[in-house]
Design a protein around this ligand. Sequence first.
Ligand code: GUN
Length: 310
Amino acid sequence: MPARILSGNAIRDQIYTELKQEIAALAAAGIRPGLAAVLVGENPASQIYVRSKIAACEQLGLGSWMETPPATVTTDEMLARVALLNARDDVDGILVQLPLPPQVDSKRVLEAVDPAKDVDGFHPVNLGRLVSGRAGLVACTPAGCMEILRRSGIALEGANAVVVGRSDIVGKPMALLLMHANATVTICHSKTRDLPGVVRGADIVVAAIGRAAMVEPGWVRPGATVIDVGINRITDAVEARRIFANFPTKLAQFTEKGSVLVGDVHPGVAEVAGAMTPVPGGVGPLTIAMLMSNTVRAARLRRAAVAGKP
Ligand code: GUN
């Protein structure tokens, strides 16, 4: 039986409905949460991502600002921008879109963001809170994966969860979130021995490696839940024919557009898994939804902190 498809779009819509109510309640109290995004240079993928994030703010009635320094920007200039955004009371969330150009010290810039406004959850203070199970602002992609699992009724307690990929942005926080949900977690990476064998032991697989269609049908235990974080654009015809040999609709898309999207999970896994997120339309919509949720949360937490001060 083919896998149940876990649609990120439907879950995103649910979250937006809830957020709109929360935003309306805040508006009644005179509060409008706002997000400032800093987009450096002309990276086309980053431009698309940041525009989608700003569009989501507009759709939900959140304040939004976009700063677009040139690709020649220095670390000091970035630090000065972040300091100004930290000081602004109308800015609740600050998002510095990655990657930054090589001359900019990304770590220093991310560490300069006020942890209370760190809606990406990248600041060491927020990572530390996540480690100790007192999470405030959690990285959007792993938080989105958890929402998919939770809202789809996938049982986590006692489950064997395998996270493939150990990035700071996805793999590591994802493993921590699953562990806090009482799953038994294994983190795999490029040096893992017998990766297919380890993945075969999983009730829940989270693929966040950044390699097209790497997790193959033979790696997945029948009935497992598979969350595909990858988003890879295939532009090579030989590769497209290899991956999509049995997927005529995808091949037709490739023929028409010259490219096609695939996750880190081979589409044939849908024949084995019990539940699986699609690409596109799986984890992607949740990443933006969680950014919106974090912005609203940051607005609340920051005001609660101010109100709580003597
Ligand atoms: N670049 C790729 N993904 C992300 C993300 O989630 N946040 C930021 N700021 N940059 C990214």
